[in-house]
Ligand binder design. Structure first.
Ligand SMILES: *Cc1c(COP(=O)(O)O)cnc(C)c1O
Length: 407
């Protein structure tokens, strides 16, 4: 079967809504369109029942005790903001120090930056070349005035999966709250809030074949009971934690997306892992100097992040316009700084600029992987053939020894 262009291989940025998810959502736009906060009629009751069922599904999926621990939000950006600022505001009198990692999503990092402006201090833990946080470093960073540790389940650029169970043991022993941005790992790597002693967890539907605009924050209600200050004022929805009329079709779609993972996740992750291996084998079989970014084992099944030395990521993406991937080269921001995640892992600027992130997902096929591998390999060869640096490398000149003259 011929592949259809363009090919979407950027499943860390978002995902296609699964048709079964859409089907589950549709009645809640038209027939069952009630406001879940309407207590006085059947339209409201039906919407509320759908919301409560969705809450239970989400709670069950992450190992929470009850649906009452799920606070619906507009997505993970809002959930991260609510967790970090909401905790800081509630526990700020107890202490003004937070611990997080240098490779968190911007929603976490920028929330921390905001808190720093408000008088809090934040420790940004480094990661190794493998893209992993050392649990021992978390332990060392915790001070008497630390109120929260926030470390993500899996990274959105390099797919590395952090040791949450070990970190959770430390935070619990020290009596510090533990938040995780679990967005990328949900359904793809084991996650259990009770087993991992997680107190708050951010989730979003659109990275797991659900709709955009719906997410959730898990907030533990016992051992310990976690309190936070709402960041949105209004009708007091979500037990006062997040005002605003609930997105009923969104919540239904979110839960349906998780039900699909419950039934099919294990087989799907196996299949995607096979595709990832196939892509990597084809690329490295044909090309030299393909550098893997991040740990190979502790990684999401669909993530392949590699640097093609001597090739600019930007040029690469232009050359493969029919394939949607991402690059660690900064094209969206005004700065020329490459990915802060790769830089934190110790990559030099050139290699960071040469990186490509492939995000393989549910709807990718073996044919697509073969097409992408062939196209990418051919374009890397073509671009390298034009690179004077690559020519020097082939002639055996040590590029690091060269004194470049400034003009
Ligand atoms: C996509 C993403 C977010 C943001 O989620 P939205 O629902 O789009 O706001 C947060 N954290 C991680 C790790 C992500 O990958």
């Amino acid at each position: 079967m011929a592949v259809q262009l363009p090919i979407f291989m950027d499943n860390h940025s978002t995902t296609r809504v699964d048709p079964r998810v859409l089907e589950a959502m549709l009645p809640y736009f038209t027939d069952d369109f009630g406001n879940a906060a309407s207590r006085t009629h059947a339209f409201g009751w039906k919407a509320e029942a759908a919301i409560e069922a969705s809450r239970e599904t989400i709670a069950r999926f992450i190992g929470a005790e009850s649906g009452r621990e799920i606070v619906f939000t507009s997505g993970a950006t809002e959930a991260d903001n609510l967790a970090i600022k909401g905790i800081a505001e509630y526990y700020g009198a107890k202490g003004k120090h937070l611990v997080t990692s240098a490779i968190e999503h911007k929603a976490v990092l920028d929330s921390c930056k905001r808190l720093e402006k408000d008088g809090f201090s934040v420790t940004y833990l480094p990661v190794g070349k493998d893209g992993l946080v050392e649990p021992a470093a978390v332990e060392q960073a915790i001070r008497r005035d630390t109120i929260l540790v926030s470390v993500m389940l899996a990274n959105n650029e390099v797919g590395t999966v952090q040791s949450l169970e070990e970190i959770g043991k430390i935070t619990r022993a020290k009596g510090v709250l533990f938040h995780t941005d679990a967005v990328q790992g949900i359904g793809k790597t084991p996650f259990d809030v009770r087993k991992m002693n997680v107190d708050l967890a951010s989730l979003t539907a659109h990275k797991i074949y659900g709709p955009k605009g719906i997410g959730a924050l898990y907030v533990r209600r016992s051992r310990p009971r976690v309190r936070l200050v709402a960041q949105m004022d209004g009708g007091g929805h979500e037990r006062g934690n997040r005002s605003g009329t609930l997105n009923v079709p969104g919540a239904v779609g979110f839960a349906k997306a998780l039900e699909l993972y419950e039934r099919e996740g294990a087989a799907e992750n196996e299949r995607i892992l096979g595709l990832r291996q196939r892509l990597y084998d084809k690329l490295t079989g044909r090309l030299e100097k393909v550098e893997l970014n991040g740990d190979w084992e502790r990684r999401l099944p669909g993530n392949l992040n590699v640097s093609f030395s001597f090739v600019e990521g930007e040029a690469m993406m232009m050359a493969i316009k029919d394939v949607a991937v991402s690059s660690g080269s900064a094209c969206t921001s005004a700065s020329l700084e490459p990915s802060y995640v790769l830089r934190a892992m110790g990559l030099d600027e050139d290699l960071a600029h040469s990186s490509i992130r492939f995000g393989i997902g549910r709807f990718n096929t073996e044919e697509e992987v073969d097409y992408v591998a062939e196209l990418v390999a051919a374009e890397v060869e073509r671009l390298r053939a034009m690179s004077p640096l690559y020519e020097m490398y082939q002639e055996g000149i040590d590029l690091k020894s060269i004194q470049w003259s400034a003009h």
